[in-house]
Design a binder for this molecule. Structure first.
Ligand SMILES: *[C@@H]1O[C@H](CO)[C@@H](O)[C@H](O)[C@H]1NC(C)=O
Ligand SMILES: *[C@@H]1O[C@H](CO)[C@@H](O)[C@H](O)[C@H]1NC(C)=O
Ligand SMILES: *[C@@H]1O[C@H](CO)[C@@H](O)[C@H](O)[C@H]1NC(C)=O
Ligand SMILES: *[C@@H]1O[C@H](CO)[C@@H](O)[C@H](O)[C@H]1NC(C)=O
Ligand SMILES: *[C@@H]1O[C@H](CO)[C@@H](O)[C@H](O)[C@H]1NC(C)=O
Ligand SMILES: *[C@@H]1O[C@H](CO)[C@@H](O)[C@H](O)[C@H]1NC(C)=O
Length: 295
């Protein structure tokens, strides 16, 4: 439509020739770039019998002055370019001639590197991964990463179940996810103990015990957490939760714990109430992040 005016095209052609001579680096912010060889332009050049720029040049459409510093510009939503001279106004539309885009900044990197430990305990029951519950297949970023606020343990000699409270998303909404024996299970032999993380506190290491604790089978027997305050560098230990012993394990050195994975059968009964029936927490894996994964 723009180029259907022969007045426009004529004056445009005049400027193509004139402005190819001089190259000024006055940055412009143009709505789009069109090749002088594009079907929107070329037929008119031919009809008017004008020399077609060879090789073709890019024309900036609806250009305005931009301020550019390195890869940063105030050209949001447009294309920052330098053209051969200042744009010409053609029926009120500023057209830049022979325009070259200024490389834009790479998008800010906010992706987080994550590492999921092996499964400790056994894989009986339903597999879960709380990180996937929050982010699905998406890349983990500083915006969508969950943060652990509290973990409540239901345990006797072994860990029957736990519930993790996460904050996640732009509004830092709180979600509690239970695995294995529930928080409301009533059994006088079952402890109910909550580890609460304060502001700036993260879990930086987990150690524990796994093993076959008859008659419950292979379970997570004990968990102990090292918590560090990133602001004060103060460190504290919570646990052990559970008292039976088996094979010791440690997950440390991969950053902060951001989510739990594992295997469980959710139930309102303790392992003592279940005895050999299937139920409760069977295995755990630990998803950690050591921060952004930027080049
Ligand atoms: C960018 O900033 C310059 C200088 O401050 C100003 O003249 C121009 O209008 C701005 N351009 C856009 C596209 O906002
Ligand atoms: C992931 O963590 C384990 C320890 O849990 C460590 O051995 C391994 O090197 C880590 N992998 C990466 C890629 O950091
Ligand atoms: C995850 O990715 C797989 C394969 O790319 C796709 O089939 C599946 O629908 C995705 N799931 C979600 C929750 O996005
Ligand atoms: C165990 O603690 C949780 C959270 O602290 C609470 O919601 C729950 O009611 C408690 N359960 C029992 C049986 O005391
Ligand atoms: C948490 O850390 C920030 C700096 O990252 C600090 O400004 C703030 O005072 C800390 N809050 C507490 C309660 O320690
Ligand atoms: C963070 O973890 C990633 C992979 O898990 C690893 O490649 C990277 O070296 C780690 N960075 C630091 C600073 O430990």
């Amino acid at each position: 439509m723009l180029f259907q005016s022969s007045v426009l095209v004529t004056s445009l052609i005049a400027t193509v020739t004139a402005q190819l001579e001089v190259r000024e680096n006055a940055p412009q912010c143009c709505e789009k770039l069109l090749s002088s060889a594009s079907p929107a332009v070329l037929p008119f050049l031919g009809l008017l019998g004008v020399t077609i720029p060879n090789p073709p040049v890019d024309l900036g459409i609806c250009c305005k002055p931009a301020s550019v510093s390195g890869c940063d510009s105030n050209c949001t939503g447009g294309i920052a370019v330098t053209c051969a001279g200042i744009p010409v106004s053609v029926v009120g539309v500023n057209i830049g001639v022979d325009c070259t885009p200024i490389p834009s900044c790479p998008p800010p990197c906010n992706t987080l590197s994550t590492n999921t430990s092996q499964l400790f305990g056994s894989n009986v029951g339903d597999a879960f991964n709380d990180l996937t519950t929050f982010v699905g297949n998406s890349t983990v970023t500083t915006e969508n990463v969950p943060t652990i606020k509290a973990i409540t343990f239901r345990f006797g000699s072994v860990i029957d179940g736990l519930a993790v409270t996460y904050a996640q998303g732009p509004d830092q909404g709180i979600t509690t996810i239970q695995h294995g024996t529930s928080l409301t299970t009533v059994d006088s032999g079952l402890m109910n103990s909550t580890l609460t993380l304060g502001t700036n506190e993260t879990i930086t290491a987990v150690s524990g015990q796994t093993g076959n604790h008859s008659p419950f089978g292979i379970r997570v027997l004990q968990l102990t957490f090292t918590i560090v305050n990133s602001f004060t560098a103060a460190s504290r230990v919570a646990g052990p939760f559970g008292s039976a012993t088996g094979t010791a394990f440690t997950v440390a050195g991969s950053g902060s714990l951001i989510a739990l994975g594992g295997s469980a059968v959710n139930t309102d009964r303790s392992l003592n109430q279940l005895q050999t029936a299937r139920g409760g927490l069977y295995g755990l894996s630990f998803v950690t992040s050591n921060g952004t994964d930027c080049p």
